[in-house]
Unconditional design. Structure first.
Length: 486
């Protein structure tokens, strides 16, 4: 454990967390701690900002999200924006965790934003515990902020190799970093607290807190349960860790999980999904050939090294027609490698998605696929097959139902086909998390990010990084890969 002094941790959770310049959009202002502790009106109103701040960080182009997308070979782009070229270069390079890196701010910003949101929720919970009375809304606000505490800690654990576990009970006089497994465990404890409060109370979360959607106490409990399953499954850094997941607990969480998509409404003003806006932008990012090959195994899994376009794909998966569009030209830089090229854009969502659409961040389909995976891992193949056959595979993909006698390998292939094709552009980092827990990230790809250099320097901790084929240990840097035999 690394320990730091009081002033350093305050710098992380207050000073850094309250600075929101250079983002795609302006976040809600963060309050000072005295206001949070003393003013019930501010406690209530700032609760409404927590999901917004978390969501805008998750969907910002100023986050690791787009670099993770191309590193996982679900998307492809040769442009340097958001660190994409650096993390998708072949062979994979070590991550440049220095303050001089051109795109260092991309990775610093997300880390700071998670702690900024965590700081608000912690202070609100402390305010309520300290006697601030919100009347009939008190337990709703408490549950909601435990939920947001869990999300903030959870995504720090998903993205970074270590983080500071800071809750309403943390003694910040001396606090140290904890490995990602402990951060994830702490996040799930917070989500469990939210679920417990929801189960004992009857309330409705205001419609503008998760924009366009009221959440009853029952629905918030279900959402927290699904997020707990998400964190348990996606936290694995490799196949070995994935095999040790408590699949019985995942099944419990998904059985008690969401009944409707988490899909905040984009109003084109305050609420905007910049990640999707950029990744559906014509002539910019494309879908990697790996994904098209899943729907037509005759299509090249990697763009030809001679730069000559392959013919359009053909396959039985209907989504090849509904969700993807063939484009005959490429405008990426050939000197950066033809492996970045692709003739397919993702057109399931419109280019003006930021203006008037409900944008899915966590779908019921994802919850169902997590449930099916848990069932398969627990040996209940018949139930897993039923979920797959009743879901997106047949409803949207128009694919033949799985045979009732399918073995576990075929069931898992079907589950990950759906995850790869159906869940594109939904939750933050899904493809990255799935590829790393299956040992499928290209050799040399980092499996999680180091604490950003700027924060390490503030805390007088040594600089470190991950990634690069020479560092492929299967723990911090991938020693696996997905390329099929030629």
């Amino acid at each position: 454990m690394n320990t730091i002094k009081y002033i350093s941790i305050l710098f992380i959770i207050i000073s850094f967390g309250s600075c929101h310049k250079d983002l795609d959009v302006d976040y809600n202002d963060l309050p000072d701690t005295e206001t949070v502790y003393k003013n019930p009106g501010d406690v209530y109103s700032m609760s409404g900002s927590t999901f917004y701040n978390w969501y805008m960080a998750e969907t910002s182009s100023i986050s690791p999200r787009m670099a993770m997308w191309v590193s996982a070979d679900q998307g492809t782009c040769s442009w340097a924006n958001s660190g994409m070229y650096h993390l998708s270069k072949e062979p994979r390079l070590a991550f440049d965790n220095t303050t001089s890196y051109t795109y260092a701010y991309i990775f610093e910003r997300y880390y700071a934003d998670m702690y900024g949101t965590l700081n608000i929720s912690n202070n609100i919970i402390k305010a309520i515990d300290g006697g601030v009375d919100l009347g009939n809304e008190t337990e709703m606000v408490r549950a909601y902020n435990y939920f947001m505490q869990g999300l903030s800690l959870g995504y720090l654990g998903l993205v970074y190799d270590q983080a500071f576990i800071v809750t309403e009970n943390t003694d910040v006089a001396i606090v140290g970093t904890s490995p990602y497994q402990q951060v994830m465990d702490s996040a799930i404890v917070s989500l469990e607290k939210a679920m417990e409060i929801c189960s004992s109370n009857n309330f409705t979360v205001p419609v503008d807190w998760i924009n366009g959607s009221k959440y009853t106490s029952t629905e918030l409990r279900e959402l927290a349960s699904s997020f707990a399953a998400r964190l348990m499954v996606y936290g694995s850094r490799n196949k070995q860790e994935n095999s040790t997941i408590n699949w019985g607990k995942v099944l419990e969480y998904t059985n008690n999980g969401m009944q409707r998509d988490l899909a905040p409404h984009m109003d084109g003003n305050d609420w905007k999904c910049w990640y999707k806006w950029y990744t559906v932008r014509p002539g910019w990012a494309r879908i990697d050939c790996r994904i098209i090959n899943l729907m037509d195994d005759r299509y090249p899994w990697r763009f030809p090294d001679d730069g000559v376009n392959p013919p359009p794909a053909q396959g039985n998966d209907k989504r090849l027609e509904t969700d993807f569009s063939f484009v005959s030209t490429n405008n990426m830089k050939p000197e950066r490698g033809y492996y970045h090229y692709s003739n397919y854009e993702y057109t399931r969502y419109p280019y003006d998605i930021n203006t008037s659409f409900d944008v899915v961040d966590f779908s019921v389909t994802e919850n169902d696929l997590l449930k099916a995976e848990a069932l398969a891992e627990l040996g209940n193949l018949d139930q897993a097959i039923q979920i797959i056959n009743d879901g997106s595979r047949t409803v949207r993909g128009h694919l033949s139902p799985l045979n009732a006698a399918s073995d576990k390998e075929k069931v898992m292939q079907a589950i990950f086909h759906e995850r790869d094709v159906e869940l594109i552009q939904t939750g933050f980092g899904l493809a990255f998390f799935d590829m790393r827990r299956r040992d499928m990230m290209q050799t040399g790809s980092l499996l999680h990010f180091p604490i950003p250099a700027k924060e390490l320097m503030v805390m007088s901790m040594p600089l470190y990084t991950f990634g690069g084929v020479d560092n492929a240990d299967g723990v911090n840097t991938s020693s696996g890969g997905w390329f099929p035999e030629k």
